[in-house]
Unconditional design. Structure first.
Length: 170
């Protein structure tokens, strides 16, 4: 599932899957290191984990082919009927221009196609509004992850999402 997405900001993003053990995954790794380790000061040793080996990864490219964002989707460890989105990272220069939205919408489509009944994620407190605009609902208490406040959020695919997926399949 690949495609160009025009966003309300007028930017066009191409979101493509990347296999974690392929050379193309180096792009996703570089973006995550730039955003989480260099910019946000998360511990480098905690950035990559065993989940990376089994997750579905994507990278977002602009119209010139430059990579600007990444994210991953995998089956939730507590509930295999739920998809979990994580490691959403967008380089600072293009935040607010629809790159994160394109990645998130792509991952939601893939989660729906895989039959997940709900999609969960752990949002940094500063990103709660971004996820809420796209239909994610906060639940549970706030907590610290690597000294950064986070909030769990959930998204329930609606009939609209299922119909859109059916229309794409033809």
């Amino acid at each position: 599932m690949t495609g160009a997405t025009s966003t309300p900001s007028g930017h066009e993003w191409r979101v493509e899957p990347v296999a974690w053990e392929s050379p193309h995954a180096d792009t996703a790794r570089r973006i995550r290191l730039e955003v989480f380790v260099e910019e946000q000061r998360f511990p480098r040793e905690e950035e990559f984990d065993d989940i990376d080996l089994r997750a579905y990864h994507v990278v977002a490219f602009d119209s010139k082919g430059e990579a600007w964002g990444t994210g991953r989707l995998y089956s939730d460890w507590l509930d295999p009927t739920a998809g979990r989105i994580g490691r959403m990272a967008v380089r600072r220069e293009v935040r607010g221009r629809g790159c994160g939205r394109a990645i998130l919408e792509h991952l939601i489509k893939v989660a729906v196609a895989r039959g997940f009944r709900r999609i969960v994620l752990s949002a940094q407190e500063s990103a709660i509004g971004f996820y809420a605009k796209l239909g994610f609902i906060p639940y549970g208490p706030h907590y610290l992850d690597a000294r950064v406040p986070h909030q769990d959020m959930v998204f329930y695919p609606t009939e609209k999402h299922l119909l859109a997926l059916s229309a794409q399949r033809g």
